[in-house]
Design a protein around this ligand. Structure first.
Ligand SMILES: NC(=O)c1ccc[n+]([C@@H]2O[C@H](COP(=O)([O-])OP(=O)(O)OC[C@H]3O[C@@H](n4cnc5c(N)ncnc54)[C@H](OP(=O)(O)O)[C@@H]3O)[C@@H](O)[C@H]2O)c1
Length: 338
């Protein structure tokens, strides 16, 4: 059986996460038991939620245990199988974690899923046609519930979730306005992703200034907003929401290191009779097949062209992850192993 390099969570961050929170080890992959499958990972997914799991603060999920392989989504190829439904060469998606190989109990429901790479590249099953894409779908379709002609907005618009959101909202006839950091990201959001406009929040020193830019980009106000960041961005959006608007609270990346993310005028929720709803995509497995079908069709037809930031080799995982938490990624952050 092959040697397997693995990243363990070695210690919990105090404030910002650091490379020294992780430890690289090499182990031997064990011989397979009945029902197990050996997967060689081609790509590891790096996602903001992993920062939450590194800490032991109360959250919706259990913390990542110290001394264990960092959790995470993976795509790869079956190398050896002792399960009747999987064969060597199958391309699969799973939760193999930050390591080169995983041994998966394929009898566990949802542990391993075969995927078709004829029209959708394997890596996209970790992004637009995977968990981040379904996240965008759930927040837009189930919480924002847009009608054609609505104006909808999203923060972290150039990222894995934000880019899928844009394509899904355009397909529903909405005016879609993104908020992202920097000119390059905003150009990509408009020119390649087909958003109607994108605002570079880094050009604005406070929520008042960002709110003015939103007024220009959203002349009819905002009917639905998908929040990934929190803080100044959410304050500015709240000031432009229309009566009975809907806000899907997906992420608060501005506060993932533990700092407060204040909301300046929560009374706007009342005066505008807003629906503000948080959600966790893994608690809504019932929508995944429908969402994945639509996302796969958007990617297969070229209507959604997701971008990827690809770090090379298992050694690169911690630095790439820290870069993602600081906005250095451009699109879905991956680590390529094969
Ligand atoms: N609720 C759920 O079930 C669920 C599932 C998946 C993801 N999420 C959340 O969705 C959001 C987007 O995830 P993603 O995978 O698509 O990530 P991503 O957008 O690909 O990457 C994160 C981006 O956040 C932006 N950002 C804005 N303010 C930031 C700040 N203060 N510090 C650091 N980054 C900042 C950066 O883009 P800019 O350069 O544009 O600022 C960065 O590139 C995250 O908040 C994540 O936790 C939630």
């Amino acid at each position: 059986m092959p040697a397997n390099r693995q990243w363990l969570l070695d210690n919990r961050p105090q404030g910002e996460a650091e490379a020294s929170n992780f430890k690289l080890v090499t182990t031997q992959t064990p011989a397979l038991a009945d029902g197990q499958v050996l997967v060689r990972h081609h790509y590891l997914s790096l996602d903001p939620y992993m920062r939450g799991r590194m800490s032991d603060a109360k959250s919706y999920a259990q913390p990542q245990p110290l001394g264990e392989v960092m959790i995470g989504g993976t795509v790869g190829e079956v190398v050896e199988s002792r399960h009747p439904k999987f064969a060597a060469g199958d391309k699969v998606v799973g939760m193999g974690g930050w390591q080169e190989f995983s041994v998966v109990d394929a009898n566990q429901p949802g542990a391993l899923r075969k995927v078709d790479t004829t029209h959708v590249p394997l890596s996209h099953y970790l992004g637009a046609v995977g968990m981040p894409g379904v996240t965008a779908w759930y927040g837009l379709v189930k919480i924002i519930e847009p009608k054609a002609g609505d104006t909808v907005t999203v923060s972290a618009a150039a990222g894995a979730v934000g880019s899928a959101y844009g394509a899904l909202a355009k397909a529903r006839g909405c005016r879609v306005v993104g908020i992202a950091g920097g000119k390059d990201k905003c150009d990509y959001v408009v020119k390649e992703l087909g958003f109607d406009a994108c605002i570079d929040y880094k050009l604005h020193k406070d929520a008042g200034s960002l709110s003015k830019a939103l007024k220009e980009a959203c002349p009819k106000g905002i009917d639905g907003h998908f929040e990934n960041v929190g803080g100044m961005v959410l304050d500015a959006v709240l000031s432009r929401m229309n009566a009975h608007g809907r806000i899907a609270v997906c992420g608060m990346i501005a506060g993932y290191d533990g700092q407060p993310v204040p909301m300046t005028y929560p009374q706007l929720i009342l005066t505008n009779r807003l629906k503000v709803q948080g959600f966790i995509v893994s608690e809504h497995m019932e929508v995944w097949p429908e969402a994945l079908q639509e996302l796969g069709a958007l990617v297969g037809s070229g209507k959604l062209r997701p971008r990827e930031s690809v770090a090379q080799g298992i050694e690169a995982a911690p630095e790439a992850f820290l870069g993602l938490l600081r906005g250095k990624n451009f699109g879905k952050q991956l680590v390529k192993l094969v």
